[in-house]
Design a protein around this ligand. Structure first.
Ligand code: SF4
Length: 336
């Protein structure tokens, strides 16, 4: 490599923003229709003002109970859902409102791995065609080049070449997820949003798929937003973790800090529910009272206050902002 090339590469790297993705005050509301004229009578506040960033090559885990808005957040970032407010910056470029050709270009760089690989794979198409489709749509490769690329992808995800000619129903759950991963990789994206990628799989194959994702992350220099409800899985995969509750980000920190010293009472309850690897070690579990309130009519003040064992009067009136209380550890709670 000559010195000019080296300088050009250095310039290119230094001109790239450190954060691949930056989410600022993102909201996704769904209208609730009612009455004879089907007017909008309210909104489901699925994502209600979240902000975070993901550095290049990093994995950010997003956790929370089902219905907390984590999947909606992932789909909004990919622009599969329309954001109501806020901004999505990808490589420093605001993609919140892009459409048409610009959106199509962005989609090459951001891909999704879904929870249910079977539902996301066309049962009428051969696996080779499923994986080739995005490459075909975005490039002018010959049939032979396409086939070679699909064969390479099958090998990368640990499937035999014969898989090319089979249909999705001929594979096990873990193998189907490998097909879904190969398809997500086909356009060589920079960001992968993995939405509960192993929760539909047998425990015995979960770790194989997780390890595959980790290997591919290194090989393809991928950045991950890893969405899951299982805190052990998220801990295994993530560098940093964000905890969501009722559409809000309530805590975000690097994983060691979050697991060793969770600050938000909701995070403390989630972590107390993880079984200890040593059955002789007694762990006190925090049981939360009540259910998650409706996102159509969230509580005033702190969204967690009706269930919080530490709630104070202020919590019913004032919504706490997410603020940094320790280096790289942010929490939304009036206790801090
Ligand atoms: Fe609990 Fe109040 Fe903190 Fe909310 S702000 S988590 S209600 S202590």
């Amino acid at each position: 490599m000559n010195t000019d090339t080296i300088h050009k590469n250095d310039e290119k790297q230094s001109s790239q923003p450190e954060n691949l993705l930056e989410i600022q005050n993102l909201k996704t509301y769904y209208p609730v229709k009612g009455g004879f004229f089907k007017r909008t009578i309210g909104h489901v506040k699925a994502v209600d003002n979240i902000s975070f960033e993901i550095k290049r090559g990093e994995t950010l885990g997003l956790v929370g109970e089902s219905g907390c808005g984590k999947s909606t957040a992932g789909r909004t970032i990919l622009r599969l859902l329309k954001p109501t407010e806020g901004s999505i910056l990808f490589e420093g470029k605001n993609i919140t409102r892009v459409s048409g050709k610009s959106l199509r270009e962005i989609r090459q760089d951001m891909q999704m791995v879904f929870q249910d690989p079977y539902a996301s794979l066309n049962p009428m198409q051969m696996v080779g065609d499923i994986i080739a489709e995005p490459i075909y749509n975005y490039s002018k490769k010959s049939k032979a080049e396409l086939k070679q690329e699909v064969m390479d992808l099958l090998e990368k995800v640990g499937l035999p070449p014969e898989a090319y000619f089979k249909y999705a129903h001929e594979f096990s759950g873990g193998q189907r997820q490998r097909i879904g991963i190969a398809r997500a990789l086909a356009l060589r994206p920079k960001l992968i949003i993995a939405d509960e990628p192993v929760s539909a799989l047998d425990v015995s194959v979960q770790s194989q798929v997780l390890n595959l994702l980790k290997d591919l992350q290194e090989e393809f220099e991928l950045t991950f937003l890893f969405i899951a409800h299982d805190l052990s899985v998220v801990k295994h995969m993530s560098d940093r973790i964000g905890v969501m509750y009722l559409g809000n980000m309530v805590e975000i920190a690097d994983k060691n800090s979050l697991y060793a010293e969770p600050l938000h009472p909701y995070t403390q309850a989630l972590i107390s529910a993880i079984p200890s690897p040593d059955p002789r070690q007694k762990k006190e579990r925090i049981i939360l009272k009540g259910d998650v309130p409706s996102p159509i009519n969230p509580p005033s003040g702190c969204p967690f206050h009706p269930r919080c064992p530490m709630a104070m009067e202020e919590c019913t009136k004032q919504k706490p902002a997410l603020k940094e209380v320790k280096p790289s550890h942010r929490v939304a709670c009036h206790l801090y």
